[in-house]
Design a protein around this ligand. Structure first.
Ligand code: NAG
Length: 424
């Protein structure tokens, strides 16, 4: 711990010395007019970072219930089998056709999660790499179809949150407390920045770390704050201190209220910084117990904090789903609060007809999904815009943008509203 703290404070002094003077006379000119044009986009979830609930078949096909995340996917089955399954998944789950469809739906951004193990697999880590060529193809497809890409580092060494979607489902995150893990993450971020240094017209944003577990306390938050300083240097000054990039840094709020970050990396001393906040209403008993109207009211209530925050604020993850019914959403082998199958939860109702295939959705449910979708997009456009989680999912049409378009609860043009006054 002593050496970690020493490393943190010297890094902090370095950032403080070079950033303000270098920036003041050379403002950023990003390839998308953040702040004046709204971000409207989708996440390409479950592609280059596996998530059991997005592609349950990949996990079930292993025949091994101990395989619950990408770490155990590499660890607990034959390596060649795992590699073949991954390669097949990478080359089929998202293709150029998806970029065509996303652009045709009137969207302007895709956020692409990727794990550190695409760049660096340490000794004893069972991860399988091979994702990077697909990320590079995706940038080309985005260019072909006029979409901007947010490259999102979604998993860090040690795991920044312990969630399966960080690659490794563990009870307490190990990223923040280990200086080797943090140094490796900084190195990965430098690699990402240099890989796309000539693609700033497409990769307009880099998100240095998804969802660090700020709820685990001040040790996490102080590591995150320092990492955000280091990331600013890595993303905005890839050529050294004399010249800055046009790449926007998308911080995550680390599950703190936006007010916690008031004044953090703000202009004029810092430029090209945006804040990512994720809004879900199903990961607690209180939230799954809300009525449809309460879900809509809660979404609308975010408007004032989003519009008044001092950085461009993007709601980088949210969903029209209002329950945790999607199979494996809380982890492979874990039930749902909504139907009482999650440990310690109390049942709200049956999950039947609320997730899975849209063929089971009633017309009144689809009307609610449309209203909730509009309430959220109207509200999140009071900030800098929104990126829905997620483009597609095997068995959770309530979460899928693609299924929403086909089922009619998401409009073909995202600015079309049937309920323009839903938040009034
Ligand atoms: C810190 O993380 C590295 C992997 O990045 C690991 O090899 C090392 O054992 C960890 N150190 C401690 C003290 O846990």
């Amino acid at each position: 711990m002593v050496s970690l703290k020493a490393a943190l404070s010297s890094a902090s002094i370095l950032v403080a010395l070079f950033a303000p003077a270098a920036l003041a006379d050379n403002p950023i000119n990003p390839s998308f007019p953040y702040g004046s044009t709204k971000v409207r986009g989708v996440n390409l979830g479950g592609w280059l970072v596996l998530e059991p609930w997005i592609t349950p078949s990949l996990f079930e096909n292993t025949g091994n219930t101990a395989i619950v995340d990408e770490w155990t996917f590499g660890q607990d089955q034959n390596r060649q089998t795992a590699l073949s399954a991954l390669q097949n998944h990478w080359s089929t789950w998202i293709t150029e056709q998806d970029f065509i469809d996303i652009a045709a739906a009137g969207l302007n951004h895709v956020r692409i999660p990727i794990g550190y193990w695409a760049f660096d697999v340490g000794p004893g880590e069972p991860y399988i790499s091979g994702q990077l060529p697909y990320l590079q193809k995706a940038v080309g497809w985005a260019r072909n179809h006029g979409l901007k890409v947010i490259v999102d580092l979604h998993g860090a060494p040690g795991s920044q949150n312990g969630f399966d979607n960080s690659g490794h489902r563990i009870s307490f995150p190990q990223w923040h407390s280990n200086s080797t893990n943090i140094a490796r993450t900084n190195a990965v971020l430098k690699t990402i920045t240099s890989l796309f240094i000539n693609d700033q017209d497409v990769v307009s944003v880099i998100a240095p770390l998804n969802e660090p577990a700020g709820f685990d306390g001040s040790d996490v938050l102080s590591a995150v704050r320092q990492y955000w300083y280091d990331s600013y240097g890595n993303i905005r000054f890839p050529y050294g201190t004399s010249q800055q990039s046009n790449t926007v840094v998308l911080l995550h709020d680390a599950f703190q209220p936006l007010s916690y970050w008031n004044g953090f990396q703000t202009a004029p001393n810092w430029q090209g910084v945006a804040m990512d906040t994720h809004i879900y209403q199903m990961f607690s008993q209180d939230e799954v117990s809300r009525s449809n109207q309460q879900h809509i009211d809660a979404a609308c209530a975010y408007g004032s904090s989003l519009s008044s925050f001092d950085l461009w604020t993007i709601v980088g993850e949210w969903t029209p789903a209002a329950t945790d019914c999607a199979t494996y959403l809380n982890g492979r082998g874990v039930g749902a609060r909504y139907d009482g199958s999650y440990p310690g939860s109390s049942r709200v109702g049956s999950c039947t007809g609320l997730t899975g295939s849209r063929s089971s959705f009633s017309s009144s449910y689809k009307t609610f999904l449309r209203q909730y979708w509009e309430a959220q997009t109207i509200t999140y456009e009071k900030g800098a815009g929104w990126i829905q989680w997620t483009w597609k999912a095997e068995r959770a049409d309530d979460w899928s943008y693609q299924a929403g378009l086909a089922g009619g609860w998401i409009p073909q043009n995202p600015t079309q509203r049937q309920y323009p006054n839903i938040c009034n």
